[in-house]
Design a protein around this ligand. Structure first.
Ligand code: PGA
Length: 253
């Protein structure tokens, strides 16, 4: 199967397509394990899932969730923590069992051990059925920045300068952006049975094109997705603008 790529006319259309993938797995396997992402890109996916929960009874009661990453140094109640993001945009608005929602614990005294425990927890839950990903303008997935090895597991990482700059839009000042995070590794991500990467907007066009058609290299962590058997890139026109023709992305109108 390898990489499948679909281009939608707009961010909203692409978001609905990703919500469809998540809805399908929730219906087919109510006890599924979802790997979840944060950032601005999946916001409309979560909003759509909340609408489906409210209007069509989309049921999260049996599902487990594992988020990709969390900043080091922000308490869970901080407006920019990923725990807060997930509570606001999904967990607090659907019927997921909060005991089965997981984010890396970045408040532990021993962060290395906390990261290892997270890796063990993901694997002991049976692995992720469907992993949702965004992509950084530098090709990162999760906080696996350029230079990350394919066999990397959940661990403490330093954020790249470009990521700090990019994420400073969510903070008052760049100096407030955390410098470290705990992130699932590339091998953790690749162990998911199915991966859906959502990318929208012109700023992602270079990274998307390199991930789909460039060499598989540590310089572009998203390129490791080429080694996975079931990855679906869901794009809008702007993010797909630089994908070469031989990649044969299908288009929907
Ligand atoms: P964004 O982040 O959705 O806020 O663009 C994506 C990412 O950095 O993975």
């Amino acid at each position: 199967m390898g990489i499948q790529c679909t281009v939608y006319p707009s961010h909203d259309d692409a978001s609905r397509a990703v919500a469809d993938c998540i809805s399908t797995i929730l219906r087919e396997k109510p006890t599924c394990v979802l790997g979840l992402a944060t950032g601005s890109t999946p916001l409309e996916v979560y909003a759509e899932l909340v609408r489906r929960h409210q209007h069509t009874g989309l049921d999260f009661a049996g599902a487990s969730t594992f988020n990709l990453d969390e900043y080091v140094g922000l308490p869970p109640e901080h407006p920019q923590s990923y725990a807060r993001y997930m509570n606001e945009h999904l967990f607090g608005q659907v019927n997921v069992d909060r005991d089965r929602t997981h984010l890396p614990n970045t408040r532990a005294d021993d962060l290395g051990q906390s990261a290892q425990q997270y890796e063990t927890l993901v694997r002991s839950a049976g692995g992720v059925d469907l992993q949702l990903l965004g992509i950084g303008t530098n090709g990162h997935i999760g906080f696996n920045e350029p230079g990350t090895a394919e066999d990397s597991v959940t661990r403490v990482v330093d954020l790249a300068a470009s990521t700090i700059r990019s994420n400073s839009r969510f903070f008052e000042d760049e100096s407030e952006v955390p410098r470290q995070a705990i992130t699932m590794g590339i091998s953790t991500i690749l162990s998911a049975r199915k991966i859906v990467l959502l990318a929208t907007g012109q700023s992602k066009a270079d990274a998307v094109s390199a991930a789909l058609s460039g060499p598989v290299t540590r310089d572009n962590p998203a390129s490791f997705l080429q080694n996975h058997a079931d990855v679906h890139f869901v794009l809008d026109e702007a993010a797909a603008a630089l994908v070469p023709g031989h990649c044969r992305c299908s288009r929907t109108t």
